[in-house]
Design a protein around this ligand. Structure first.
Ligand code: ADP
Ligand code: MG
Length: 732
């Protein structure tokens, strides 16, 4: 009996494989072995650094201990070796200025050796500090107040990575960007400070519950789902509005929009899937743990979601995700559009910011765990978040305000601009019982211990879902859905961490006042129950489980006294309110000058953006739409004249022509009216200017658009100069 050798081997291999899969004892395959690894990960560091250096660095990374400069020298050398082995020639301090993008200035890793040759070198000082020419980044006046220079400082807690381009590899070192006095000029510095503040207060609460054993730090965690559109790149280039503003300033609705609801979770078009796969591979290489991909609600809209990580790393990775989508799409003839509302009348894009708090030992503090003891702890953290969101709903709203997001918030699909919390029926019921005293029952029977002495047990996954809430509890985390798709996640998370730190401080202080720092369990329980009862009484108005889009809710929210800041201009002043200044100062996240700089920079950004959009509209109207209208008019007029001279009755066509001429004239007038608003108000304070643009320019833009879209519906297809919505959204 002779089995040919090759076949024999194949059979043996198949056996081995099937045994492996059946007993589940497969060795995990390393992803970097397949896709390569461009991240200077802990694993790489462990392999390349001397043990003591690695241990010291780990203390900085995991416990936030200050970094020793001697350690930095050794790390720099290892990082450089790793980078050049992987083809790098340059390095950059990678940071997040207030522009909302990332910035990089490349320096060569190559230095002269003094003998006419060249060496690769990166010193500890190069690693730790850089001095980019900071004067052209927005600082909201901050640098002027202090000094023109800005520094970048290595953030060892976010891993360095390689950025690959055609014929170039650059070592990217995540950094904070500060003025020489230490004032934060970026988005990372306040985020790190807010994480510290929250950790400190959360630890106090854990100590009171006796659950702080072995815990050094509490991290906030973020997993942000990124929505985006893809359009064909040739069509994109034929739309100056998309190129300049990332959104269509004109565009009539197509007969088939998203009414059929057939796109969500539908099968992914092949070209799109190829693009997704390549983006994901690039993201894996730089250590971004991408998990899910799918079609979104609108035609041409997609989503990518990573696994959650600590907020700092997650926010850096968010930037990488956005940049990677943009970079990879052109390779497939596509353009990735991250704007919050690129197409009128069709769902916009958000960045659902899933957020929780977790100990460094891996306990999710918003996970309603099984035993009653930690359940009370869970309710305490939960109530602290409820209190924070109610007290600072306006600040949260301001943290996500932008000209882009104004098109989305409050429009019919996105969460409204009123910040409220969705808890779900079951948790709401428990909260209501807490308000009465000791909860005794739980809705939806079965799983819950009715006789519990303290609090009932809560099933991990609340069954109900609500897609309309801006801030929803989803089983073991909150989902802040109002964050805009194109915005950096760092700022809203900074605000969220800070306001929750303040609430945890309040909770810890109140409990300590009542029962001291080492309370006996029964005393702790009654003190906590009394405290939570008070919190719920005062702050339950922010809880709402119904339809957040409905007009009734808007009325109800008004009656409850919840802030309704309809647009960026309404929201921005909240940043400078006393309450905001105080909370940021108290938790050392931002001092008043730093906060003011954000207020100024974000308001200026609004002004610039609206101006660019309005100017683009005027240009498109004059250079593209009006000429097309004139041609259409002439063509129609010639046809009418020809018919007339042939002796045919054309009263109806003549009437049409007359109406068209009127429409085109109104369009011309509206263009002039919009242009007129642009000459006004330059040189005003940013907020005054912003207000003018909101009240005069934006309504005029809307009026012009309506007329433009009517023209689109009438002008002959071969004369219409812009790719249509149908072409943009349905060519895949
Ligand atoms: P859902 O289907 O409820 O939206 P998923 O489990 O699919 O929930 O998670 C959606 C996003 O939430 C993912 O990015 C995930 O990483 C993130 N996420 C899950 N748990 C947490 C947590 N504890 N903290 C922050 N984000 C989380
Ligand atoms: Mg989700």
């Amino acid at each position: 009996m002779s089995v040919p050798h090759a076949r024999h081997e194949a059979v043996a291999a198949a056996h081995k494989w099937s045994n492996k899969s059946s007993n589940g004892a497969q060795q995990p395959q390393r992803v970097d072995a397949i896709f390569g690894c461009d991240v200077f990960s802990l694993r790489t560091m462990r392999q390349r650094l001397p043990k003591d250096v690695y241990r010291k660095l780990l203390k900085t990374i995991q416990r936030g201990e200050p970094l020793d400069l001697a350690v930095a020298d050794v790390v720099a050398a290892a990082m450089k070796d790793w980078a050049i082995e992987n083809g790098a020639t340059h390095y950059t301090h990678w940071f997040q200025p207030l522009t909302g993008q990332t910035a990089e200035k490349h320096d060569s890793l190559i230095v002269p050796d003094g003998e006419g040759g060249m060496l690769f070198a990166l010193s500890g000082a190069d690693l730790c500090q850089g001095e980019p020419d900071a004067s052209s980044f927005p600082s909201g006046g901050l640098r002027a107040t202090f000094e023109a220079r800005g520094y970048t400082a290595w953030d060892a807690t976010s891993p360095a990575f390689l950025l690959r381009g055609e014929n170039n590899v650059t070592l990217c070192i995540p950094t904070a960007f500060v003025s020489w006095t230490g004032a934060a000029l970026d988005k990372k510095t306040p985020l790190l400070r807010s994480m510290d503040a929250l950790s400190k207060q959360a630890l106090r609460v854990l100590r009171l519950f006796g659950t702080a054993e072995g815990v050094d730090r509490v991290y906030t965690t973020v997993g942000a789902e990124q929505e985006y559109f893809l359009v064909d790149r040739n069509l994109y280039y034929a739309r100056p509005d998309l190129v300049t503003c990332e959104r269509t300033l004109f565009g009539a609705r197509p007969p088939k929009g998203q009414q059929l609801e057939d796109h969500y979770f539908g099968s992914i078009p092949p070209r799109v899937l190829a693009f997704m796969a390549e983006s994901e591979k690039e993201l894996y290489r730089v250590g971004v743990p991408v998990k899910t991909r799918h079609n979104e609600v609108a035609p041409g809209q997609y989503e990518l979601a990573p696994l959650f990580e600590n907020s700092n790393v997650a926010c850096d990775h968010q930037m990488l995700i956005m940049e990677t989508l943009k970079r990879v799409a052109p390779r497939y003839g596509l353009q990735a559009i991250l704007h919050e509302k690129p197409f009128a009348g069709i769902n916009g894009s958000g960045k659902h910011n899933n957020w929780s708090m977790s100990t460094d030992t891996g306990v999710n503090l918003l996970d309603p765990r099984d035993d009653t003891h930690t359940n009370l702890q869970f309710m305490t953290f939960m109530c602290a978040v409820i209190r924070a969101v109610d007290l600072h709903a306006d600040l949260l709203r301001a943290s996500i305000a932008s000209a882009n997001n104004d098109h989305r918030l409050g429009a019919n699909e996105a969460p409204p601009a009123i910040i409220s919390i969705f808890l779900g029926d079951m948790l709401t019921d428990i909260v209501e019982q807490l308000e009465q005293g000791l909860p005794e029952r739980t809705l939806k029977g079965g799983r819950i211990d009715l006789g519990a002495r303290t609090l009932p047990q809560i099933p991990r996954h609340a069954g109900d879902r609500n897609r309309t809430s801006p801030f929803a509890f989803t089983g073991n985390k909150f989902e802040f859905r109002a964050v805009g798709s194109s915005s950096a996640a760092a700022w809203p998370n900074t605000v969220l961490n800070t306001i929750v730190a303040e609430s945890l401080d309040y909770v810890a202080t109140e409990i300590e006042k009542a029962v001291g720092t080492e309370p006996a369990p029964d005393k702790l329980q009654s003190a906590v129950l009394a405290l939570l009862k008070g919190i719920i009484k005062q702050h339950k108005r922010v809880i709402f489980n119904g339809d957040n889009y409905s007009a009734e809710w808007h009325r109800e929210a008004d009656a409850r006294g919840l802030p309704h800041l309809r647009n960026t201009v309404d929201a921005m002043p909240v940043l400078m309110a006393d309450k905001s200044v105080q909370i940021f100062r108290k938790y050392q996240v931002l001092d008043k000058a730093e906060l003011e700089s954000r207020f100024v920079a974000y308001t200026e950004r609004y002004v610039k953006q609206v101006l660019i959009e309005a100017e683009s509209m005027v240009t498109i109207a004059r250079q593209m739409i009006l000429p097309a209208a004139m041609q259409h008019q002439r063509r129609t007029a010639e046809a009418v004249a020809a018919a007339k001279s042939a002796g045919v009755e054309v009263a109806a066509q003549q009437k049409c022509l007359g109406e068209f001429v009127q429409l085109a004239s109104r369009f011309g007038d509206a263009t002039a009216a919009l242009a007129a608003t642009l000459n006004h108000a330059t040189g005003d304070e940013p907020l005054t200017h912003a207000r003018y643009l909101r009240d005069k320019t934006i309504p005029q833009m809307a009026a012009l658009r309506t007329l433009g879209d009517e023209l689109e519906n009438q002008i002959a297809a071969d004369l219409w100069p812009l790719p249509t919505y149908r072409e943009l959204l349905f060519i895949k």
